[in-house]
Design a protein around this ligand. Structure first.
Ligand SMILES: [Zn+2]
Length: 521
């Protein structure tokens, strides 16, 4: 191993591996060691047909995801990188000599991305042969550039987002068996492009000989799914039966459709329709997390208008002030989570619940209205009329004391009503309350109409997470979180023994009441 140069904080080493094969390598060690060293074949062209070697000759010896190493141990980390790269090359070389190119064609897309000039364009839905595909291309042929520079801005199905670049017809050609990528370290040649187009079939060949600019998107099978890659090029007619491809520019696509994006998080789309009734600080967070969790349909119900007063604990911001909460939340989540079906219902809970067909389309009803009386009424209706839905109520204690969630469902013992014991009486106290009854904690800055309950965005979010876990079927019955009581104590508030039990982490999961008018009969 010999040192070549130290530049821009990178130590460059030349190394030759002797055991097994002979590899001339260049190792680039960042100083300080904030990343793992990069290992290249000194001559990129030696990598042809080798898996885990990109177009520039870089050897992929580690996936770099959470690799743990001592950043002060330069010698050992460098030796590790060198040894790992050598064993990757040995393995790849054995496969190449057996003409086993599966690993290489499986990573075709990654290789394609490493070709100089390769760029990425958004694609909103999986490509299909029978759907008209268009592309917007930026073509730069200023004299100073020396050659025409092509860049694909986006692919679409007929609705361009950027009006500055006109839509051009693009073509999608699925390959039925995988091909090998172009040679390492060399620009894509006319010969290789002819080979690719031939694999694309007769339509690709017919299209490619037409004069002008072409946008070709290809797919080829890999062990799991498809590789997607594309190429921009211009066909010049040089004479009768003489054509040439120029400005050959590779591109890849950013998959922007829901199933792919969800899969990237380790989740899958589930057939689950949730209605969030009450889109305030808690309901807004519930909707946001459910939208990202794989639930495939959301209905948002709220007749209230979002105002500046809500901003510091709501998922929505200033731009939504003056708009109905359900509509503003739908707009926010639709742009955040493409492909998710979201309906806004800017009406009261009672009005929406009277629309039986809509309600029956839902699997789960989340109640985050902040109105205990309303939610008890809905719970009673649900049991009296044998609703099949899971009902999930979530609410907060003031001053960060905690939050509660109750899952109720017809046919199961234990429901929201079980948490009360005032049937026929006038004291609406709740058995699981953290504050002893009769203490007022609501605040008032501007007068009677301006009363509010003191809690922060973090408290709303913590409660929303519990509700989401329940909605996704990971929790049933009663659950809660109990926070720090110092703010409450400093205000002289008295706490219940239930709070103390919950704070110690021993809340009883079974809160069914044998005399409950809803679920006990
Ligand atoms: Zn009950």
């Amino acid at each position: 191993m010999s040192e070549v140069s130290t530049e821009n904080g990178t130590l460059k080493l030349n190394a030759a591996a002797r055991e097994g094969g002979r590899w001339n390598l260049e190792i680039c060690v960042p100083i300080p060691l904030t990343n793992m060293p990069k290992v290249f074949l000194a001559n990129a062209e030696d990598g042809f047909g080798l898996a885990h070697v990109d177009h520039k000759g870089e050897v992929c010896y580690s996936d770099q995801e959470g690799e743990s190493y001592d950043p002060t141990d330069l010698a050992r980390v460098t030796a590790f990188a060198f040894q790992r790269a050598c064993s990757v090359l040995e393995e790849a070389s054995k496969k190449r000599s057996k003409r086993d190119f599966r690993a290489l064609t499986d990573e075709f897309e990654g290789y394609w991305q490493s070709i100089p000039g390769c760029h990425r364009a958004n694609l909103t839905a999986p490509p299909v042969s029978d759907r008209a595909l268009y592309g917007q291309v930026n073509k730069d042929n200023r004299p100073g550039l020396g050659k025409v520079s092509l860049r694909l801005l986006a692919l679409n199905y007929g609705s361009p987002k950027d009006q500055k670049a006109p839509n051009r017809k693009a073509h999608y050609f699925p390959l039925f068996s995988p091909i090998l990528p172009p040679k390492n370290g060399q620009a894509i040649s006319n010969e290789w492009l002819i080979y690719l187009i031939k694999e694309g079939g007769i339509e690709a060949q017919k299209e490619s000989v037409k004069k002008g600019l072409h946008i070709f998107l290809f797919s080829q099978p890999r062990s799991e799914g498809l590789s997607l890659f594309g190429v921009l090029f211009e066909t010049k007619i040089l004479g009768k039966n003489k054509k040439e491809f120029r400005s050959i520019t590779p591109f890849t696509v950013q998959r922007c459709w829901r199933d792919y994006l969800l899969e990237r998080t380790g989740q899958i789309s589930a057939r689950h329709h949730v209605a969030v009734i009450g889109c305030g600080a808690v309901g807004g967070r519930v909707a946001e997390h459910l939208a990202m969790s794989g639930v495939d349909e959301l209905t948002l119900v709220d007749d209230d208008v979002f105002t500046y007063d809500n901003i510091y604990r709501h998922v929505l911001g200033e731009g939504s002030a003056g708009t109905n909460k359900s509509k503003a939340l739908r707009r926010y989540l639709s742009s955040k989570c493409p492909g998710l079906k979201i309906t806004a219902e800017p009406v009261s809970a009672e009005t929406w619940l009277s629309r039986t067909t809509q309600v029956n389309n839902c699997d789960t009803l989340v109640l985050t209205t902040g109105k205990p009386g309303l939610e008890r009424h809905i719970n009673r209706e649900a049991f009296a009329n044998r609703w099949p839905h899971r009902l999930i109520s979530g609410w907060l204690e003031p001053l960060g004391l905690g939050g509660h969630v109750m899952v109720s469902q017809y046919g199961q013992a234990g429901c929201l009503e079980c948490l009360y014991s005032d049937w026929g009486g006038s004291d609406p106290s709740m058995r699981v309350s953290f504050l002893k009854p009769g203490q007022s904690v609501s605040r008032n800055i501007t007068g009677c109409g301006g009363r509010f309950m003191p809690y922060s965005s973090i408290h709303a979010a913590r409660t929303a997470l519990l509700i989401c876990e329940a909605a996704l079927g990971q929790k049933s019955g009663y659950s809660c979180w109990a926070g720090d009581a110092s703010s409450s104590r400093s205000e002289g508030l008295e706490l219940t023994s239930w709070y103390e039990r919950c704070r110690e982490g021993k809340p009883s999961g079974d809160v069914a009441h044998e005399a409950c008018p809803c679920c006990s009969s």
